[in-house]
Design a protein around this ligand. Structure first.
Ligand code: NAD
Ligand code: DAU
Length: 337
């Protein structure tokens, strides 16, 4: 039995990854380390809390002694680092915590991984480290890093530290850089679940700027299968881009959500743009497709329809996560726009 340490496994992508591993890879035990910030939620793994191959530990990736003890006690073979502060708007409000978790936390994990001679360290990064594209072209793995927000700057710093540990001391690592994920269990601060939530409540749908920014959407399950392939099949020291080949203008995505829910387009409200808002992201995934034979399994239309259905079927989950602090956050972020 292989044991993997998954950090941030109670968040959106991390919990989808943990669920996929427990369901599809019974020879793998998951130690799940998560601080349970506002974005971490054990309800995301409700029916897997007592799964025999799942050990949940509440804790911080900046706590080196804790990470070391987990790796020793559970004889961990590999580490996949999903833990992060992940929201661009929050990084523009309070960058410090992004440096703490995304940079210092990753550095802590790297030191312990090296000392414990882990078989593999997989860093979950983002296409945002490459900056913004003009109307043509796509990000490849050799596109220079040019981050524009405090969030993406912290992720690029972490990527560079990972590569430095590989270069200097032979850490066996991979870095994955994916485009915008969507799907079940995404916290409604991110665009797709926020728009679904507001439309369901007949509240205005706040589109930043002119709504013509482009994101390249990836269904979360497809991201998880790609990460699994990287963990189990990739040569160490490789970087892989992961994308769904689904470039869409934000406004078109919002319109599709309204149509699917039978709500009027008059709910769309154009609001003040995000400072420094990246105009366009697009991912070239040809390396992972050619080397690891990975393919996304769902089209954007199918993925969006599954996602909307999931939110309709999980109103209790949605009501829980938008109670309390979320209301304060929403007021703070959107009342001055
Ligand atoms: P998320 O915000 O939903 O989850 C992050 C998780 O990390 C939460 O469970 C949180 O409690 C945990 N966490 C935060 N700080 C921690 C700390 N100091 N110690 C331990 N746990 C901590 O994020 P997500 O959308 O699931 O993103 C996961 C990873 O994927 C991140 O590294 C993010 O940068 C990257 N990523 C996300 C997307 C996307 O579209 N969501 C796209 C590309 C890359
Ligand atoms: O590209 C990968 C990145 O995708 C990840 O690294 C980040 O963790 C993840 O948050 C996401 O970043 P974005 O900033 O692209 O995602 P977000 O959902 O915040 O916004 C998507 C687009 O929608 C973006 O152009 C901003 C716009 N938007 C967002 C919100 C929350 C709006 O127009 N209105 C909104 O209320």
């Amino acid at each position: 039995m292989r044991t993997i340490l998954v950090t941030g496994g109670a968040g959106f992508i991390g919990s989808n990854f943990v669920r996929m591993v427990l369901e599809e890879h019974p020879d793998t035990r998951v130690v799940n380390l998560d601080k349970l910030t506002y974005a971490g939620n054990l309800e995301n793994l409700e029916s897997y809390r007592d799964h025999p191959n799942h050990i949940f530990v509440k804790g911080d990736i900046c706590d080196g002694a804790l990470v070391e003890s987990l790796i020793s006690n559970y004889k961990v073979d590999a580490l996949i680092n999903f833990a992060a502060e992940s929201h661009v708007d929050r990084s523009l409000e309070e960058p410090g915590i992004f440096i703490e978790t995304n940079v210092k936390g990753t550095l802590t994990l790297l030191k312990v991984a090296l000392e414990k001679k882990l078989e593999r360290f997989v860093q979950i990064s983002t296409d945002e480290v490459y900056g913004s594209l003009g109307p043509e072209g796509k990000f490849t793995e050799t596109t220079p890093l040019s981050p524009n927000s405090p969030y993406s700057a912290s992720k690029a710093s972490a990527d560079m530290l990972v590569q430095a540990f590989g270069h200097s001391w032979g850490l066996r690592y991979n870095i994955t850089r994916c485009s915008n994920n969507y799907g079940p269990y995404q916290f409604p601060e991110k665009m797709i679940p926020l728009m679904i939530h507001n439309a369901l409540k007949d509240k205005p749908l706040p589109v930043y700027g002119d709504g013509m920014h482009i994101r390249d959407w990836l269904y979360v399950y497809d991201h998880c299968t790609a990460v699994w392939k990287v963990l189990t099949e990739a040569q160490p020291g490789q970087v892989y881009n992961i994308g769904g080949n689904n470039e869409k203008h934000n406004l078109d995505v919002v319109r599709l959500i309204l149509k699917a829910l039978g709500k009027p387009e008059s709910l769309i409200t154009f609001v003040k743009d995000r400072p420094g808002h990246d105009r366009r992201y697009a991912i070239d995934s040809s390396r992972i497709m050619a080397e690891l034979n990975w393919r996304p399994s769902v089209s954007f239309e199918e993925g969006l329809s599954r996602t909307i259905r999931w939110y309709l079927d999980h109103s209790e989950w949605l009501n829980h996560v938008v109670s309390g602090q979320y209301q304060e956050y929403y007021k703070r972020m959107y009342s001055n726009r």
